[in-house]
Ligand binder design. Structure first.
Ligand SMILES: NC(=O)c1ccc[n+]([C@@H]2O[C@H](COP(=O)([O-])OP(=O)(O)OC[C@H]3O[C@@H](n4cnc5c(N)ncnc54)[C@H](O)[C@@H]3O)[C@@H](O)[C@H]2O)c1
Length: 440
């Protein structure tokens, strides 16, 4: 049993805290957001993350998981202090370290007996030294800093945390890194121990590679559109090659969310700043932006002038099973549509509350079928499970014009056409679907 303090009770911090408490440790999750901590103390989760609520309840019930805004009460007894605050994108593209610097400066005032500070947030290369410098500036007390980037995915955060592909630890302090490895021991995970800069780079390189895979298949999709091939089948054929792998090969509206956009931009920025020429990363970013524009172009081609048109969106969150709207493709798509004079109405199973503040002019519907009411077109933006078997006839029943832009290649084109839709997918031109039966 260890005393753990997790600073930042967001998607990563809350999951980290709840999981370590479940493994038998004494954990306090610390956040400066009083409202967030109040909700947690009332048994309410501030985020939507499948399976997390149960874990939090179990930890709280067992007395191993608490929530606080009080550094003075939470930090001194902690042997392990995780920094899990956000590192959002700054205006010019680098990772904004304001929250990390704030957390490091504050925790340094309350250090106990030789704790280990663990950089769990995604931080630029060199951040182990930067965090150590900040703490050293405020206190002569001993401590160690270890990089431990997080690879969990929203929507399956608890599972990913408890069953990691690998745990990466970066430090020059052998004793500290062994202690952190001990904290992860119950997970029986592969633990990679390396130097701090390499650990930090692993996280950026991994996210950049995954984003590259998605942008690659989106570029192939655009070529498929021109040449009459079906990108879904192309991806299936490619993905069965173990050197390629089938994940992250779904053509669609591109990547979004709280990590890929800011991390790819931050890596591109760091590379440029230090004299490298990150041309692949730049292309990856550009292809991604083009996918949103492409979706709106498909609507315009099918509907015509968008002034006064009503467009329905199915899904708003950046991917299914989360309420996270950070850098969601829907934000850009709504902006483009509204800029052309369209009215947008939308339904999302979990993100409506967050969307309300971000998309004030969008009409939020309480069920998916309402999205079709008087609409000139519908765009499937997020592939939530509940949209997979939606009754397409009912969806189209109240529409002015039955145009369906399937931004995630979710539907069968024949079924959509049978339901009366003028149906458009991503990288699946009609010509590609004329399958010649084997032997004919
Ligand atoms: N969300 C993901 O899927 C994911 C996955 C892997 C890595 N990461 C990385 O983890 C980090 C955290 O991401 P997140 O999505 O959990 O962020 P988040 O915005 O959900 O949570 C951050 C929390 O930190 C709190 N905070 C800010 N400053 C603080 C301070 N000085 N003291 C205490 N609390 C403070 C905020 O109030 C907020 O609740 C980021 O660097 C991100 O890139 C995120």
């Amino acid at each position: 049993m260890a005393n753990v303090c997790v600073i930042g009770a967001g998607y990563v911090g809350l999951t980290t805290g709840a999981c370590f408490a479940d493994l038998g440790n004494q954990v306090v999750c610390l956040d400066i957001d009083q409202a967030r901590i109040d909700r947690l103390n009332q048994g309410e989760l501030p985020i939507y993350e499948p399976g997390l609520e149960e874990l939090v309840q179990r930890g709280v019930g067992a007395g191993r998981l608490t929530f606080s805004t009080d550094y003075a009460a939470s930090v001194p007894s902690a042997e392990f202090i995780f920094i899990a605050v956000n590192t959002p994108q700054s205006a010019i593209g680098h990772a904004d370290m304001t929250q990390v610097e704030g957390a490091a400066a504050t925790l340094s005032r309350y250090l106990g007996n030789g704790p280990i500070i663990i950089n769990k947030s995604t931080m630029p290369i060199g951040s182990v030294d930067r965090v150590a410098d900040i703490i050293r500036h405020h206190t002569p007390k001993p401590f160690a800093v270890v990089s431990n980037p997080e690879f969990l995915r929203e929507g399956s955060a608890v599972h990913d945390f408890l069953h990691p592909d690998r745990v990466v630890l970066g430090s020059t302090d052998g004793a500290a890194v062994r202690r952190v490895a001990g904290l992860y021991a119950p997970l029986n995970a592969s633990i990679q121990i390396t130097d701090p800069r390499t650990a930090e780079m692993i996280k950026y390189a991994a996210n950049a590679f995954l984003a590259t895979k998605i942008s690659f298949i989106n570029e192939i999709a655009r070529i498929c559109d021109r040449l009459g091939a079906d990108v879904v089948e192309v991806a299936r054929g490619m993905g069965q090659d173990p050197r390629i792998g089938s994940s992250m090969l779904a053509a669609g509206l591109g990547w979004g969310g709280s990590c890929f956009p800011k991390d790819v931009r931050a890596l591109e920025y760091m590379a440029s700043l230090h004299g490298a020429h990150p041309q692949l990363l730049r292309a990856v970013i550009e292809i991604n932006r083009d996918q949103r524009i492409h979706a709106v172009r498909l609507v315009r081609e099918a509907v015509g002038d968008l002034r006064g048109a009503t467009i329905g969106l199915l899904g708003l969150s950046f991917k299914p099973n989360t309420d996270d709207m950070r850098d969601a493709p829907s934000l850009e798509i709504v902006d483009l549509l509204e800029n052309e004079g369209a009215h947008v109405q939308a339904f999302d199973p979990a993100a409506s509350t967050r969307a309300k503040a971000l998309l004030p002019r969008v009409g939020l519907c309480s069920d998916p079928y309402a999205v079709g009411r008087n609409a000139d077109a519908i765009i499937l933006v997020t592939e939530w499970n509940e949209f997979k078997q939606i009754d397409l006839r009912r969806l189209g029943a109240g529409m002015k014009r039955r145009v369906l832009i399937d931004g995630r290649n979710l539907y069968d084109s024949a079924a959509a056409r049978a339901a009366g839709f003028d149906y458009h997918a991503i990288g699946r031109p009609e010509a590609a679907r004329t399958v010649v039966p084997v032997g004919s």
